[in-house]
Design a protein around this ligand. Structure first.
Ligand SMILES: Cc1cc2nc3c(=O)[nH]c(=O)nc-3n(C[C@H](O)[C@H](O)[C@H](O)COP(=O)(O)OP(=O)(O)OC[C@H]3O[C@@H](n4cnc5c(N)ncnc54)[C@H](O)[C@@H]3O)c2cc1C
Length: 526
């Protein structure tokens, strides 16, 4: 074991994903000497840009910025560190094969297929959901309270939550309690007539999840996506240069705060000496001593691979083993020789968020395949053509298309062989052809990242979007599991700061911010 010649480090952050960088930055600002170790060659983790074909670049995982917490944006001065939006407040257009598309804006819907009743119901539904999302937003900016053995801060949080719920009013409070226990399918049936509208709303409750519209928790996951509106996004935004530019801005801001950054530095082991963190060992054998290690790596990989099950109690081993984190989202990247033509869409509409989610049955059946370890015959998709807003992503006249495609189960029964990938890719392109006739002929290069690829490229267990399912048994004081929900763990000096912790995934930055505040508070008490 080589010992590092590094000067003294107060905190090591393992992983330079966006949450790791946010956490490191706040910790450095609180006077600590912080080192970030990232396995990959660049920072940002699942918020990154990838050149998938010569001169064609795309956001490799996350392609919409619509949840970044405004406090993180302002406090870390990200705009002055290079973060620029190429487009923002985009509408969501639910595509129809016949060109009768449905447009969802934050303040209403447009489309021939929706009745006046649906238009009114949408406004009512939207404003109620926004009210619930506002309550979530307040809870998300604090560590989750402990219910048993909580301290004064926990009791204050619980009182605030209770007051927030009471402020909703009797009717909304009753609705909230009922809705989070049922599923988005039933909620859509209660509210709307149009199948296209029901499915356009429901896609946001299942993206990134191992859930179908009839699964419990899907109202919560819908509210989770809605959070962006509370933060002032009237629709998704496209980051100039791809999501990797956010990673670069965060790295630049962290460096300005004094954080030391090392990429291509994969941690093999978080060293533990009798229940106390002692440092980390990199894959090349370098040992860096440190009494505080913060992991941006998902909780399963943190405990099972980095700390090692032999170093933790059996109760914790059981909880980690039971974490549900099966990814189902694949990422499709197309390099196109020209602008694709979608039936019935004009140029301005083409640059919006396009979804293929025509009816509830299609989402439901697509998920059914995944439950049995098969990819969906007819998928649902969330499509962006970012080069329409940002010409740096493709050569002149050419374009890139990026699509989140579901469902592509991580544990595909037949395995993700080349043949399975080719079959799935053909199905997806055939499906796109039905909405954009001729798109196949424009394809210069194509790439499909299955959850297995995402897991390998971005070190994400199960290829899971949120580092663990967002469901009622894995949120708040149960995230990632009881005993580790306030960022501290059963190993002294080991903390968590990634999407696997409260409040979860998406490019939000709050897990990193909350973790830094909690670490500073706990260490100040010593
Ligand atoms: C296909 C897909 C599409 C998505 N689309 C969106 C979207 O449009 N909008 C949105 O807001 N969110 C989206 N998400 C979710 C979002 O990208 C993630 O939830 C978020 O980026 C997680 O951030 P993080 O910093 O917590 O973790 P990560 O980004 O996973 O960062 C963890 C970091 O740790 C590093 N690491 C792991 N192991 C080690 C090790 N042993 N040593 C050193 N470093 C290590 C990794 O390389 C990585 O950089 C998407 C996710 C996926 C997979």
């Amino acid at each position: 074991m080589m010992t590092s010649r590094n000067e003294e480090i107060d905190v090591i952050v393992v992983g330079g994903g966006h949450n790791g960088l946010v956490c490191a930055n706040y910790l450095a600002r609180s006077g600590r000497s912080v080192l970030v170790l990232e396995a990959n060659d660049s920072f940002g983790g699942a918020a990154s840009t990838l050149e998938f074909a010569d001169n064609f670049r795309v956001s490799a995982c996350a392609h919409w910025l619509n949840q970044l917490n405004p406090k993180v944006l302002a406090e870390l001065d990200l705009e002055n560190h290079g973060l620029k939006l190429a487009a923002r407040d985009l509408n969501t257009i639910s595509l129809a094969k016949d060109g009768n598309h449905l447009t969802l804006r934050s303040d209403g819907i447009e489309g021939v297929a929706v009745s006046e009743l649906d238009r009114i119901a949408y406004l009512r539904f939207n404003s109620q959901m926004l009210k619930f999302a506002e309550l979530l937003a307040k809870v998300f900016e604090r560590r989750p309270p402990k219910i048993i053995d909580g301290d004064f801060g926990d009791r204050i949080s619980l009182v605030k939550l209770a007051v927030g719920m009471k402020m909703l009013g009797k009717e909304d409070m009753r609705d909230l309690l009922r809705l989070v226990l049922i599923n988005i399918y039933d909620v859509m049936e209660e509210n709307f007539e149009s199948e296209q509208l029901k499915a356009a709303i429901s896609i946001d409750s299942v993206l990134g999840a191992h859930m179908g519209p009839r699964s419990p928790n899907t109202v919560f996951t819908y509210l989770y996506h809605k959070l962006g509106e509370v933060y002032g996004y009237k629709g998704p935004a496209v980051v100039e240069g791809g999501m990797g530019s956010l990673g670069e801005a965060l790295a630049s801001s962290a460096q300005a705060s004094g954080v030391k950054l090392r990429c291509a530095s994969k941690v093999e082991k978080i060293e533990v000496d009798v229940d106390q963190v002692a440092g980390v060992t990199l894959t090349d054998g370098e040992f860096i001593p440190c009494n505080t290690v913060v992991s941006n790596v998902d909780p399963k990989a943190t405990f099972e691979n980095l700390v090692g099950f032999n170093n933790i109690e059996t109760g914790v081993v059981r909880r980690v083993s039971n974490l549900r984190m099966q990814g189902n989202a694949a990422k499709l990247h197309l390099a196109l020789s020209a602008v694709p033509q979608f039936t019935g869409l004009d140029d301005a509409q083409l640059g919006q968020r396009l979804i293929i989610s025509p009816n509830m049955k299609q989402i439901d059946q697509a998920f059914n395949s995944a439950k049995y370890g098969e990819f969906s015959g007819e998928t649902i998709m969330d499509v962006s053509i970012p080069s329409l807003h940002d010409s740096t992503l493709a050569p002149e006249g050419s374009h890139v298309l990026s699509a989140i495609v579901q469902y592509a189960p991580y544990n595909l029964k037949q395995g993700w062989s080349q043949q399975a990938r080719d079959s799935f890719m053909s199905l997806i392109v055939e499906q796109l052809e039905q909405y954009a006739p001729g798109i196949g002929e424009l394809i210069v290069e194509k790439q499909l990242l299955t959850p297995v690829d995402l897991s390998e490229k971005f070190n994400l267990t199960g290829g899971h979007w949120h580092h663990g399912e967002i469901s009622v048994d894995q949120i708040m004081m149960m995230r990632p599991f009881p005993g580790a929900s306030q960022y501290a763990t059963s190993v002294d000096g080991l903390y968590l700061c990634g999407a696997g912790s409260h409040p979860g995934g998406g490019v939000m930055g709050l897990a990193g911010r909350n973790a830094a505040r909690e670490i500073a508070k706990r260490q100040a008490k010593r």
